[in-house]
Design a protein around this ligand. Structure first.
Ligand code: NDP
Length: 244
């Protein structure tokens, strides 16, 4: 796909779905700006794709100033931002009875505030230009609540609500919105689970349902970005075929 006219920022690009999407969009010729906390992992992507136009920034999505810096630098360089992909997320699932308040706080900050920080930084530019596309990674868990996944699902239900509200508010400004809702996908996400039973459950579940590769989610993002101006892919749910 030719995406050479798309100035695209990906937050949470250092591994898994974000890294796979970065690599795919780079091959499509997109003008890419990738960000995450692990700069070394972003630099690996740059090194692997020397011909691609990729800028990399260390950024923590919970810090608005970091997110704003990435977006502002992008607009300084290219004069616009066409696509913002809010992909950063963690999934430390555990039973509520364990009262893991620090993990809840981290999930709320990264999974929800991370998306809102992206919107706050990018939307003014897009609304002014009456053009742009905001994509956020949600989850099948944003539709149903998995075992011991109350808080994680809560964050993903919230992202879906926020993104749909964004769609409704900004339709008149010609802003596209896309909610990408993957099912079980083989990434580093399970490393964020500290509860031993939950980690085993997630790993076994991935094997049992024949989990997806992050590159398969990237294809959905690529499709949504590549659509004509008059067509907006509001949500795409991508499950392993055997995931109910
Ligand atoms: P990974 O753990 O491989 O990737 C998570 C990404 O989020 C990394 O790039 C990480 O970068 C980034 N991130 C986490 N915290 C922050 C932060 N504070 N600031 C900036 N970036 C951050 O997992 P996935 O690829 O699976 O996760 C991507 C998204 O997909 C998440 O939103 C997740 O909830 C969602 N998802 C995943 C599913 C799966 O089965 N894998 C299923 C459904 C949804 P770094 O640590 O370098 O900052």
């Amino acid at each position: 796909m030719d995406l050479s006219n798309k100035v695209t920022v990906i937050m949470g690009a250092s591994s898994g779905i974000g890294a796979a999407t970065s690599r795919l969009l780079a091959k499509d010729g997109a003008k890419l700006v990738i960000a995450a906390r692990r700069l070394n992992r972003l630099e690996e992507i740059q090194k692997d794709l020397p011909k691609a136009e990729i800028d990399a920034y260390k950024a923590d999505v919970t810090k608005f100033e970091d997110v704003k810096n990435v977006i502002d630098k992008t607009v300084e360089k290219y004069g616009r931002i066409d696509v913002l992909y809010n992909n950063a997320g963690i999934m430390p699932t555990a039973p509520l009875i364990e009262g893991r308040r620090d993990e809840w706080q981290n999930m709320l900050q990264i999974n929800i505030m991370g998306v809102l920080n992206g919107i706050a930084a990018a939307l003014p530019y897009m609304a002014k230009a009456k053009s742009g596309h905001i994509i956020s990674t949600d989850s099948v868990a944003g539709h149903t609540i998995g075992p011991d996944g109350a808080v994680y699902s809560g964050t993903k239900f919230a992202v879906r609500a926020i993104m749909d509200g964004l769609r409704i508010e900004q339709a008149e400004n010609n802003i596209k919105t896309t909610i990408v809702s993957p099912g079980s996908t083989g990434t580093e996400l399970f490393n964020s689970i500290n509860d031993k039973d939950q980690k085993k459950f997630a790993q076994d579940y991935f094997k049992n349902v024949g989990g997806l590769e992050p590159e398969q989610i990237a294809q959905a993002v690529e499709f949504a970005i590549g659509t004509k101006d008059n067509m907006s892919v509001s949500e795409v749910i991508i499950r392993p075929t055997r995931q109910s």
